[in-house]
Design a protein around this ligand. Structure first.
Ligand code: ADP
Ligand code: MG
Length: 473
């Protein structure tokens, strides 16, 4: 066991889901051909003037509220000055002094116990162009220049790689549900910089920053390997330097990028080309009121409807399924049955065919009819497996599909009775078990009935008939 305690603080950049850029009318589009989503402003031409994208501000405000931040009512933007080829203006427009949100928090659950990760601030800024390196050449794609970003900075509140990963998963889920970003780490719309230090007491050690790690899992690995590297240095009596590193996927180690210059000065000053931005109480209230239902609220609601902890979590991990489930919140239905269908056969079908619910014919009305048939036991869960594909791909109703496919649910009392009598005759041991009050006998015999009828016996009718028959023995 290491005698060092890890301390971790995380900075996350998220691209906002807007149609256009932060300060220009160019399209915000990922995956388009290089350098087609541009205006002169994005190229840093002199004489061009930035104009605030109001919807980006709304999304940033929504994110800040979802992270329980205090909101700055009056903001201005700052220029962060540095030279780099991906930054043609020579400065990035950001919010250094008046971030839209401060003093927020995110709750995570570590080994079943709640832990609060404090958010230092969340601020709006613009993305840089993207450098692409091929052989000896470097290329610049300005499609990304000026894309609206929020940067979310935590306090150094995490103490293990597990906590860091839990935080990132929770943050990602919050931002996805708040509908502010698509948070795709692999496409770069969510990027994580991880600050790590170690120490033996309460004073914080010198930290390093590992930039742009490509997955949440790699964040965990990067923290472990970086903490180990620092520990080895300290044990050899070598002081840690403040430096920027990157994570190398192949060697599973962090690699030095640059040592932080002392007094690194971006010469921040207020951006003179953008007027002060004021948020009215009315606007803040509206954004709060229109906040989509967030993951923790969904979980509480699902559990109140009778879903297990596991089912609730699984639904929330899949936003389209959770959104679909929410269409039924005001209905008088069996919610456990609905969640079982969505997480079971329907998810299985969607995964197998690589479709989403939108690609199927499963309207709310059709789902209600499926639930009603199951509830009335006119079909069994086994029948669902046989009819689902057709039901999800066509507009045919359940009865038609059953008729066409010869799917039956045996509710014929005489037929079932005969089958049951035969089974009882063939299983005298189970009858004895039953007479001695063993529950498993009924379960076993029901299993035999289902096997014999290939799962198409109406279960509650079969059970009634079975018990009736057993009592006669
Ligand atoms: P910078 O301006 O260099 O980005 P900040 O003070 O804004 O530095 O901190 C960036 C991140 O580093 C924050 O998430 C903060 O919590 C974290 N951090 C600061 N000090 C430490 C430390 N000693 N160990 C680990 N993380 C730290
Ligand atoms: Mg920083």
């Amino acid at each position: 066991m290491s005698t060092y305690q890890k301390t971790i603080g995380i900075e996350v950049h998220c691209e906002l889901k807007t149609n256009t850029k932060m300060f220009s009318s160019a399209k915000n589009g990922y995956g388009d051909s290089a350098n087609c989503n541009l205006t002169l402003l994005d190229l840093g031409y002199p004489g061009t003037l930035p104009l605030i994208n109001d919807y980006a501000v709304t999304l940033a405000l929504r994110a800040a509220l979802a992270l329980h931040c205090e909101i700055h009512r009056e903001m201005y933007f700052d220029r962060k000055n540095y030279f780099y080829p991906d930054l043609p203006k020579g400065y990035q427009i950001t919010q250094a002094k008046t971030p839209i949100g401060i003093n927020g928090y995110v709750e995570i659950e570590v080994d079943g116990k709640p832990k609060t990760i404090r958010i230092h601030d969340i601020h709006i800024e613009e993305d840089t162009a993207k450098s692409v390196h091929q052989g000896n050449h470097s290329y610049l794609d300005f499609n990304r220049a000026g894309v609206p970003l929020i940067e979310i900075v935590t306090e150094p509140d995490m103490n293990s790689s597990e906590e860091a990963m839990l935080y990132l998963e929770k943050l990602r889920s919050l931002l996805l549900y708040a509908d502010v970003s698509d948070c795709k780490i692999e496409e770069g719309s969510m990027r994580c910089d991880v600050n790590v230090s170690i120490s033996k007491d309460d004073t914080l050690g010198v930290r390093t920053e590992t930039k742009n790690i490509g997955s949440i899992r790699n964040v965990g690995l990067a923290i472990e390997s970086e903490a180990l590297r620092q520990e080895k240095l300290l044990e050899e009596g070598i002081a840690i330097q403040e430096e920027t590193r990157r994570y190398d996927d192949a060697s599973k180690e962090t690699v030095l990028m640059r040592v932080k210059e002392i007094g690194n000065d971006y010469r921040y000053f207020p951006e003179p080309d953008i007027p002060k931005l004021c948020l009215s109480e009315e606007r803040i209230r509206k954004v709060q009121e229109q906040m989509p239902m967030l993951p923790d609220d969904r979980k509480a609601r699902y559990q109140a409807l009778g879903l297990s902890d596991l089912s609730s979590s699984k639904l929330i991990q899949n936003k389209p399924l959770s959104d679909y489930f929410n269409l039924f919140l005001e209905d008088d239905i069996d919610f456990v049955m609905l969640s079982n269908l969505l997480l079971g056969d329907i998810s299985f079908y969607l995964n197998r065919t690589m479709k989403t619910l939108m690609d199927t014919t499963l309207t709310k009305e059709r789902m209600l009819s499926l639930l009603q048939h199951l509830y009335d036991q006119t079909i069994t869960t086994k029948n669902v497996k046989d009819l689902l594909e057709e039901f999800l791909e066509t507009d045919k109703d359940i009865d038609t599909i059953c008729k066409e496919k010869g799917i039956q649910n045996i509710s014929d009392t005489t037929l079932l009775s005969t089958i049951i009598k035969n089974i009882i005759e063939q299983n005298p041991e189970s009858v004895k078990d039953y007479q001695q009050g063993r529950d498993r006998a009924i379960k076993y015999l029901m299993g035999q009935v289902m096997k014999e009828t290939k799962g198409s016996a109406n279960p509650s009718l079969a059970r009634d008939l079975l018990e009736e028959e057993l009592k006669k023995q």
